[in-house]
Design a protein around this ligand. Structure first.
Ligand code: TXA
Ligand code: MG
Length: 344
C-alpha cells in the first residue's frame, strides 16, 4: 500500500481523509497533543484495523474524538454537570473525559468497558475531518504499541509506511504529550493520566480531584487499573532509562561517574555544556517546561536506537505540565530514579 502524506493546508486534505474514514480505512491525524491513528469509531471492523496496525492489546480502549461538545450526548449517558463545565472551559483542547457509554459505541472501541473516553481536539483540520466524515473518530496515539508517541507526520510515516493509506501533516504537535484523562463516571473525578491540561487548571473547575496511583508510580501485579493503557510498558526506547534527580551539579557528578560509551544523556538545554563528552541530547529548556513536553517524544524516538544501552534522563520538578513529563519519563524508566543528594 502506498502511504500518502497530505499537508493540512492542502484544500483536498480534509475531504480525502473523511472519505477514507467513511470507507472504514485508517488515517493518521494531527492533534495539538500527538498524532493519532484514526478510524470510524462506530464500526468494529474499522476499529479493529487500529489494533492490528499498532500491535495494541485488545483490552486497551480507544479515545473517541468528536468535533464539538454537543456530541457528548450522542455517545454518553448520565453525564454529570462537571463534564459540561470542563468541556466549556477546556474544549477544544487536550482533555479527555471518561463517561458512561451509550450502546451505539461498539465494544471494540471501549474494549468492553461500560465507559467511553471522549475528547474534542484543538486542531481545526482534524475537527473538520470528523465533521465531514459524520462519525466520531477513534484514535490512539499513532506510535507502534509500547513506543514513544508520534509528534510529527514523519514519526507516523516511520512507524506505518506502506501499511496505512493517508497521513495528514499538520506540522509538529504543539503540546507534545497526550491529553489529560479524567474519569467522571463514578463519584469524585479521578485523574487517570496527566497531560496538556494541568491538575491546577482542572481544580479551577472541579472541587475535588483524586490522583490515580498509576500517575506517579509503577503498577504492581494485582493492582486494579482504571485506564487499561496504564499497565503496559510505555513510551520506552530500546535502552534502559534512568532518571537522575537533584541539582544540576550533583546529577552531572553522578552521570560522569557512571557514563560508559554507548550511553546517552537526555537533558535540559541549559545543561548541554555539562555533558560535552556524554553525547547529550536536549529536549527543551528547563526554564520553559512547555518546550520540554513539546520535545520529549521526538527526543525519546531519536534515542530509540539499538546501539544506545542506557539513557540518563533529567526530568523537571514541580507541578503544571511538569507532572505530565514526570509521568511519561517515569513510565519510560519504569519509575527508576537516582538522587545523589539524598544518598549523601
Ligand atoms: O492526546 C491524546 O489523548 C491522543 C490523541 C491522539 O488524541 N490519544 C491517545 O490515545 O493518547 P491512547 O490510546 O494512546 O491513550 C488512551 C488512554 C489509554 O491509556 C486507555 O487505556 C485510556 O486512554 N482509556 C481509553 N478509554 C478509556 C476508558 N473508557 N476508561 C479508562 N481509560 C480509558
Ligand atoms: Mg498511546
Amino acid at each position: 500500500m502506498n502511504t500518502l502524506i497530505l499537508s493540512a493546508a492542502d484544500p483536498q486534505a480534509a475531504q480525502t481523509a473523511a472519505d477514507l474514514i467513511r470507507d472504514g480505512q485508517l488515517v493518521a491525524l494531527p492533534t495539538e497533543t500527538v498524532y493519532g491513528l484514526g478510524a470510524n469509531g462506530l464500526v468494529e471492523a474499522a476499529v479493529s484495523k487500529i489494533f492490528q496496525a499498532k500491535g495494541r492489546p485488545q483490552d486497551n480502549p480507544l479515545i473517541l474524538h468528536v468535533a464539538q461538545a454537543s456530541d457528548m450526548e450522542r455517545y454518553c449517558h448520565s453525564i454529570p454537570k462537571v463534564a459540561y463545565a470542563l468541556a466549556e472551559r477546556f474544549w477544544p483542547g487536550p482533555l479527555t473525559m471518561v463517561l458512561p457509554a451509550r450502546d451505539i459505541v461498539p465494544k471494540a472501541t471501549t474494549a468492553g468497558l461500560s465507559t467511553v473516553a471522549l475528547r474534542c481536539p484543538d486542531c481545526a483540520v482534524t475537527r473538520q475531518i470528523i465533521a465531514l466524515s459524520g462519525v466520531p473518530i477513534a484514535a490512539p496515539s499513532a506510535n507502534l504499541s509500547g513506543k514513544p508517541s508520534t509528534t510529527t507526520a514523519q514519526h507516523v510515516y516511520h512507524d506505518h509506511k506502506g501499511r496505512i493509506p493517508l497521513i495528514i501533516d499538520g506540522g509538529p504537535c504543539r503540546v507534545g504529550v497526550e491529553s489529560t484523562i479524567v474519569d467522571l463516571s463514578e463519584g469524585t473525578p479521578r485523574l487517570l493520566r496527566p497531560g496538556g491540561i494541568t491538575p491546577e487548571q482542572l481544580l479551577e473547575v472541579l472541587e475535588e480531584l483524586v490522583i490515580d496511583k498509576a500517575v506517579t508510580a509503577q503498577l504492581q501485579a494485582g493492582d486494579v487499573v482504571k485506564a487499561p493503557g496504564m499497565k503496559y510498558r510505555h513510551y520506552a526506547p530500546n535502552a534502559q532509562v534512568l532518571i537522575v534527580k537533584g541539582s544540576r551539579e550533583s546529577a552531572a557528578r553522578y552521570i560522569h561517574a557512571h557514563f560508559v560509551p554507548g550511553d546517552r544523556v537526555l537533558c535540559f538545554r541549559e545543561e548541554l555544556p555539562l555533558y560535552e563528552n556524554c553525547a547529550p541530547l536536549a529536549y527543551g529548556l528547563e526554564s520553559q517546561p512547555e518546550t520540554l513536553s513539546a520535545g520529549l517524544f521526538a527526543a525519546l524516538r531519536e534515542l530509540d536506537d539499538p546501539h544506545v544501552s542506557r539513557i540518563y534522563a533529567r526530568c523537571p520538578e514541580g507541578g503544571g505540565i511538569a507532572i505530565a513529563i514526570q509521568n511519561r519519563l517515569g513510565k519510560a524508566a519504569a519509575f527508576q530514579t537516582v538522587n545523589e543528594e539524598e544518598s549523601l
